[in-house]
Design a protein around this ligand. Structure first.
Ligand code: NAP
Length: 250
């Protein structure tokens, strides 16, 4: 473990079986948090748990399909049980990124993307934030995307779903902040993960448009998530932290 600054805290990280979510789970566990790793793929989940435990950290896996509203609520309840009756940190990281022209996007595509990218975080916050508020503490980080802030052809569905999550970040900061629950978002640029492998060179091409000129490693996004839940960010509420190599600045 790197430090004990999050000792005693329990954290649920969705989409922690891969990429950014896995890096965030490892980072929080390194700082002493008990981490609940969530995703659908049990084998990958068990792998993440094993690697955290091998570092001396605490982790458990809960399999859950966030496309199913009942499963999302069940995940919240199981996470509280495993957390010993409380949850202090929620990282809404799981996401799907459909790409393609608007005219080729079906009603089912829209429902699937919005179920995972918007409805699931919404239901998790509805289930978990009131208890955080009652305890007077908690930190929630939503993972959005740089393409929630400007238009990119072929990303209407994905970008709009994350734009909704961006606004929800501010709405929840306003709703729960007065009770001591900080709600913030990290807005990544192109990042090398299992999920973006299928885009091949397009990841480099998109990344080359930003000042940094290269894709991020998942750990670079996880570092920002870790900052936002940490004691270093106690006055940070409702922030959308761009971790996009400067793309939004240039
Ligand atoms: N990579 C990038 O370039 C980039 C850039 C900006 C924003 N983001 C955002 O960052 C987040 C993580 O991206 P990533 O590239 O690390 O993703 P990834 O490698 O594709 O992994 C996605 C994660 O989400 C989980 N997930 C997907 N659908 C799910 C469902 N229906 N139910 C439960 N879990 C589900 C997956 O778990 P299972 O497969 O185990 O179900 C997996 O752990 C996403 O929200 C993405 O939109 C990524």
């Amino acid at each position: 473990m790197t430090s004990t600054e999050l000792a005693g805290a329990t954290a649920l990280v969705t989409g922690a079986t891969s990429g950014i979510g896995r890096a965030a789970a490892v980072s929080l566990a390194r700082r002493g948090a008990q981490v609940i790793v969530s995703g659908r793929d049990e084998a990958r989940g068990d792998d993440v748990v094993a690697s955290i435990r091998s570092l001396g950290g605490k982790a458990d896996f809960i399999a859950s399909d966030l496309g199913d509203a009942d499963a999302v609520r069940a995940l919240a309840r199981q996470a509280i049980d495993i957390g010993g009756g409380h949850l202090d940190i929620l990282v809404n990281n799981a996401g799907v990124y459909p790409a393609g022209p608007t005219c080729a996007t079906t009603a089912d595509d829209i429902d699937r993307a919005y179920a995972v990218n918007v409805r699931a975080p919404f239901l998790l916050v509805a289930e978990l934030a009131p208890a955080m508020a009652a305890r007077g503490q908690g930190a929630i980080v939503n993972v959005v995307t740089m393409v929630a802030h400007f238009g990119v052809a072929g990303m209407a569905l994905y970008g709009s779903s994350k734009a909704a999550l961006t606004l929800l970040t501010k709405a929840w900061a306003a709703e729960f902040g007065p009770s001591g629950v900080r709600v913030n978002a990290v807005s990544p640029g192109p990042t090398r993960t299992e999920g973006t492998r299928r885009f091949g060179d397009q990841v480099d091409q998109l990344a080359s448009l930003a000042p940094a000129g290269r894709p991020a490693a998942p750990e670079e996004i996880a570092a920002a998530i870790t900052y936002l839940v940490s004691e270093d960010a106690t006055f940070v509420h409702g922030a959308i932290l761009d971790v996009d190599g400067g793309r939004n600045a240039a």
